[in-house]
Design a protein around this ligand. Structure first.
Ligand SMILES: *Cc1c(COP(=O)(O)O)cnc(C)c1O
Length: 373
């Protein structure tokens, strides 16, 4: 994303007070003991990985990212913190991960051996993932004890932590309860095999709802950015990002006119229509077209008309005061006046999830960090 400029067309405002508030909420939920692995992959869910890491350094024992490049950016911001690589390194990335001291995730004995061969003076610290139902990485739970025994016997490897990842923490409470009960039992069997390893399983949803399973650490992402995967906890959190664009043009349009590609929307009466300086190339989802979506202008909800185009889209400003003009701020999500549009609303208009909305912002978005200390 671009650096901040005076005449921005699209701006993501990041409220670091809200970030601290949300970290404190997670801390209160899990109690004093467990460490927090703050998940700042995908550029801190679009909020700025290094900036978010800096602010969260007081709250987080470690940081979690997906890629080496993300790890390097976070390392530069918080050089003293351990950084977990939550996605598997490609074979060609392993050497750099070891040399630079990041903690890679490992899904089996062969992968652990490959890391052991890269050990220099000290053992390579790895993070062993167990698959308890996610089906993405890790050693299947029924083979976990055997694999842990094999890895424990490899010279040049230190298992720093052991984790699982929950596939339905925000949608299937019964499965999640069973999964975590089984995980706690498995963890108890693995501890003596991997002495000193830290155990962690909980994402945002489970950190808030099932803190009794926090074990040694938790791995929240979304909640830190002020969005709860579980609606019941939303009132505790403060959304961190406000996404804004500006009106680029205001036009008076007669009845019977088509608006945007496809002519899906035809005016039934004369309307005042504002064109906005943002499109799907900037991350405003094209799938919100014709779904009853809104933006905020002057604290009022204005309906989106017709399809979102690559760089622009249109909204109805017929009910706003006549002096609405180019250059005025438009809120895509966040608060304006007494109104608020949530990321959750945008996600539901787009038929997707809040994680997807936050992480798709394009290169033309200018990020402004507020309330940094
Ligand atoms: C992304 C991710 C998280 C964070 O998930 P949230 O639902 O955003 O809290 C935790 N653990 C792993 C392994 C992840 O990939």
């Amino acid at each position: 994303m671009n650096s901040a400029g005076a005449a921005w067309r699209i701006r993501a405002e990041i409220d670091h007070d809200a970030l601290r508030h949300n970290a404190a909420v997670v801390r209160a939920a899990i109690g004093d003991q467990p460490g927090i692995i703050a998940v700042v992959k995908a550029g801190g869910y679009g909020h700025g990985g290094p900036e978010v890491a800096k602010t969260l350094a007081r709250y987080a024992a470690q940081f979690g990212v997906a890629t080496l490049d993300e790890a390097r950016a976070v390392r530069a911001a918080v050089p003293q913190k351990d950084i977990l690589l939550l996605s598997p390194c490609l074979p060609g990335e392993r050497e750099a991960a070891v040399e630079e001291g990041f903690i890679p995730v490992v899904s089996g004995t062969a992968e652990a051996r490959a890391y052991a061969r890269l050990a220099q003076d000290e053992p390579v610290r790895i993070h062993l993932c167990i698959d308890t139902g996610m089906g993405r990485l890790g050693v299947w739970q029924e083979e976990a004890i055997k694999t842990a025994q094999e890895i424990a016997a490899i010279d040049g490897i230190e298992v720093e932590s052991v984790s699982t990842h929950l596939p339905v923490a925000d949608s299937d409470p019964d499965f999640t309860a069973q999964e975590l009960a089984a995980w706690d039992q498995l963890a108890a069997q693995l501890r003596p095999i991997l002495p000193g390893a830290k155990f962690h399983a909980l994402n945002s949803a489970a950190s808030l709802e099932r803190p009794q399973h926090a074990a040694d650490r938790v791995r929240p992402g979304l909640a830190l950015y002020g969005i709860s995967p579980l609606p019941a906890f939303q009132k505790l959190l403060q959304p961190v990002m406000t996404l804004k664009t500006r009106i680029s043009l205001v036009r008076d349009v007669g009845a019977g006119r088509g608006i945007s590609y496809g002519r899906d929307f035809i005016t039934r009466k004369a309307m005042r229509i504002a064109t906005l300086a943002m499109g799907y190339a900037d991350g405003y989802p094209r799938q919100t077209s014709n779904q009853g979506a809104h933006v905020l202008i002057r604290g009022k909800r204005c309906p989106i008309l017709g399809r979102i185009t690559m760089d622009q889209f249109m909204v109805d400003v017929s009910d706003l005061p006549r002096d609405v003009a180019p250059g005025e701020e438009v809120v895509l999500f966040g608060k304006q006046g007494d109104e608020e549009i949530t990321v959750g609303e945008v996600a539901s208009w787009a038929g997707t999830i809040t994680w997807d909305i936050l992480t798709r912002l394009g290169k033309r978005v200018v990020t402004e960090h507020l309330n940094r200390r």
